[in-house]
Design a protein around this ligand. Structure first.
Ligand code: ZN
Length: 385
């Protein structure tokens, strides 16, 4: 496996990644470019954009929020500009208590209206199970809800501007240039956020889910989107995105709370408080699929910010990426599944360019140079034979 010589990214990643002639990945190149941008100018362009749309809909903008540090930053920007934002949240039913408290108080500290949409718990449990089986991702429902429901609200309330935070594939892996000013589209949602799956893949006999159960997951028709003129703007094209800085602003100005307990799969306390499995077994699934997790992702951010050396980052990978976290037990109870079933299904998603079998063990290369074994290849369980 080839690794970036600046950060810790492997060539086979969930985000499309390329390397330059010096061995640096597209994410690291993007991070260098980010530091050269005239952000004051970008902010001016953003203000101009907002003025163009102010007062055209029932609200000035739609703000999809999870209650995280970046949500607080986006709301902070809207407040500073005096925009009347409508905050919209898809609630996947697995918030950490501190994450939920951060979410609920946004209406108080920012004084914006807030729609929080909770799908039926029964439907969510079925989607968790199916997400694992179909997409190798039990949190597929979360990605779908987060990237669909706010667009439904934009159409419903006739609000053209929807403000997203950063574009994940670009911040992590340099997929687009910040000079492209790319905007959110139905194609981007389907191919990247939803990994090529959509609600109709989940209308499924085994769980008896119907189209009626998944209304919130259906992207609005092109005609409706065009009639309102909805545009999904990524704030990271106009503001220098730095998670650590956003966490500091959220904490100091608005009393935002970090994780109360350390996570088992990352050293960061400021990310993904909106889902107790996101930094846990959901991320463990990523390790099973492609051989890295948030130890790598979070260290990459901090290496590029100059807060960590590459060697310190490697220690984070060694400590965190392979850990099978204890929240798995809670998730198995939530969806009524055995660990044997979970292991067997997740093994079926192992990427053959990453994993090989040696002496009955799953083996892969590592960023520190020598390969290791990461546990046994599970036998087909009795129910699957
Ligand atoms: Zn890199």
């Amino acid at each position: 496996m080839r690794y970036c010589n600046k950060c810790l990214f492997p060539a086979v990643a969930l985000t499309p990644i390329t390397f330059d002639e010096e061995g640096a990945c597209s994410g690291c190149r993007g991070a260098v470019h980010k530091k050269q941008i005239d952000w004051k100018q970008r902010e001016k362009w953003f203000v101009e954009l907002c003025e163009e749309y102010r007062g055209t809909g029932d609200y000035d903008c739609i703000l999809p929020v999870s209650g995280g540090k970046d949500s607080y930053f986006a709301a902070h920007v809207c407040k500073k500009l005096g925009l009347r934002a409508l905050m919209v949240t898809y609630h996947g039913n697995n918030y950490l208590p501190e994450g939920e408290s951060n979410l609920f108080k946004m209406k108080d500290v920012f004084k914006f209206d807030h729609i929080i949409f909770h799908p039926s718990t029964d439907v969510l449990i079925k989607l968790n199970r199916l997400g694992l089986k179909i997409a190798g991702d039990m949190n597929w429902q979360n990605h779908c809800g987060i990237f669909t429901y706010p667009m439904q609200m934009a159409v419903k309330y006739k609000v053209p501007l929807v403000f997203w935070g950063d574009h994940g594939f670009t911040e992590q892996a340099g997929m687009f240039s910040h000079n492209d000013f790319f905007e959110y589209t139905a194609k981007d949602r389907h191919e990247h956020a939803l990994h090529g799956f959509d609600w109709y893949d989940f209308v499924e006999d085994s769980e008896k889910l119907t189209k009626e159960d998944l209304r919130w997951a259906i992207y609005p028709e092109d005609e409706a989107v065009m009639k309102v003129g909805v545009r999904g703007i990524f704030l990271s094209n106009y503001f220098y995105y730095d998670g650590n800085l956003h966490a500091r602003i959220a904490q100091e100005s608005y009393g935002w709370e970090t994780a109360r307990r350390p996570f088992e799969r990352t050293y960061r306390l400021i990310s993904n408080l909106d889902d107790m499995h996101e930094n846990g077994m959901h991320d463990y699934l990523k390790f099973v699929k492609v051989g890295y997790g948030r130890g790598t992702d979070h260290a990459n951010y901090d290496i590029r910010l100059g807060l960590m050396t590459r060697d310190e980052g490697i220690q984070m990978v060694r400590k965190y990426d392979h850990v099978k976290s204890s929240d798995l037990r809670r998730w198995l109870d939530y969806v009524s599944m055995t660990e044997e079933e979970f292991d067997y299904i997740s093994d079926s998603f192992r990427n053959e360019r990453v994993w090989r079998i040696e002496n009955g063990q799953w083996v892969k290369d590592n960023v520190w140079g020598t390969p290791s074994a990461y546990g046994p290849v599970y036998n087909k369980p009795s129910w699957a034979r």
